[in-house]
Write a new protein. Structure first.
Length: 136
């Protein structure tokens, strides 16, 4: 009986560690930060329709993987993540959204003067947000 209990405890521990999504969260955060930084840097260098278009192209290349990684971790946020990892992902998303808002504010005048750039930037933000929407 003691042996059976030890075996059961070992199986439960292995199962729980296999379900931990902390490494998946780390990978998502790295990719999200990289995608956001590229958007911000591209728009900062060229706050024009062409610059926003380049940022969109860069994001389009990363979006499928971001969406896939997000879908892999979003269900685990309340169950399989440590409190620290939940805080990390919340902070990362908040920081990235802040970076996008700051670049929008920094170049508000240029974007407002160029209707095409403004429309493209709004579309890019909506596309960025779609990463976090439920899968259809």
């Amino acid at each position: 009986m003691k042996r059976m209990t030890s075996l059961l405890i070992a199986i439960i521990c292995i199962g729980l560690s296999g379900c931990n999504k902390d490494a998946d969260v780390d990978a998502f955060i790295v990719d999200l930060n990289a995608a956001t930084n590229e958007i911000v840097e591209t728009i900062d260098a060229a706050p024009t329709a062409a610059g926003v278009g380049e940022a969109q192209k860069a994001f389009d290349a990363k979006k499928p993987e971001l969406k896939s990684k997000w879908n892999g971790i979003k269900g685990a946020i309340g169950l399989q993540l440590s409190f620290g990892k939940r805080k990390e992902i919340e902070d990362s998303v908040a920081n990235n959204v802040t970076a996008l808002n700051e670049i929008s504010t920094k170049h508000a005048a240029e974007l407002a003067k160029d209707e095409e750039a403004s429309a493209k930037f709004k579309a890019l933000l909506a596309d960025y947000q779609s990463v976090f929407e439920p899968s259809k």
